[in-house]
Design a protein around this ligand. Structure first.
Ligand code: COA
Length: 133
C-alpha cells in the first residue's frame, strides 16, 4: 500500500495525523490488515495486532469520506474479525461517537477497560479517557 495515500486517508477520514513512517512501523508490526481500493484510490483500511490465541486488537479502521455510509466500514470490520476468529477476545476502542457502529457489529462495552496514554490530556479532552478511576 502507498503509505502517503494511507496517511492522507487517515487525515481526511478523519482519524488523526499518522505520518507515513509511523504507519510503516505499526502496519509492519501488525498481524492482519485490510485495504480497500475503489477506482484505483485507497477507500478504506484497518489492521489487527494479534497474539495468535488469546487476544486480537483492532486498530486504525477508517473509510474515505467519499465512500462512507456504503457498508465499507462494516465489510472491513467483518474481514478483520474473520482474520481474528481463533482468538478468545477481539477488542478495540471506538472513536467517540462511533460506538453504535461497533455495537451493530456485535461488540459490547468493556466495563473494566483501562489504559496508559502517552498524552492523556488530549485523550481526556476528546472523551476517550476519563480523568477519574
Ligand atoms: C466509522 C467508519 C469506519 C464507518 O464506516 P462506513 O463505511 O461509513 O460505515 P457503514 O456504511 O459500514 O455503516 C454501517 C452502519 O453503521 C452506522 N454508522 C456509520 N458510521 C457511524 C458513526 N460514526 N456513528 C454511528 N453509527 C455509524 C451506519 O449508519 C450504518 O448503520 P445501518 O446499518 O443501520 O445503516 C467511518 O465513518 C470512518 O472512517 N469514520 C472516521 C474515522 C473513524 O472514526 N474510525 C473509527 C475508528 S474507532
Amino acid at each position: 500500500v502507498d503509505l502517503q495515500e494511507l496517511s492522507r486517508l487517515y487525515r481526511i477520514a478523519p482519524l488523526g495525523d499518522k505520518p507515513p513512517q509511523a504507519l510503516a512501523t505499526v502496519f509492519g508490526n501488525s498481524t492482519f490488515m485490510c485495504f480497500v481500493h475503489a477506482g484505483g484510490v485507497l477507500a478504506g483500511a484497518g489492521r489487527v495486532l494479534a497474539d495468535g490465541l488469546d487476544c486480537a486488537y483492532l486498530a486504525d479502521v477508517a473509510v474515505h469520506p467519499d465512500h462512507q455510509g456504503r457498508g465499507l466500514g462494516t465489510a472491513i470490520i467483518r474481514q478483520l474479525v474473520a482474520f481474528s476468529r481463533e482468538h478468545k477476545k477481539i477488542i478495540l476502542y471506538a472513536n467517540p461517537g462511533t460506538e453504535d457502529f461497533y455495537g451493530k457489529l456485535g461488540f459490547l462495552r468493556m466495563n473494566t477497560a483501562m489504559a496508559i496514554w502517552q498524552n492523556p490530556a488530549r485523550a481526556i479532552e476528546s472523551g476517550l479517557l476519563s480523568a477519574r478511576l
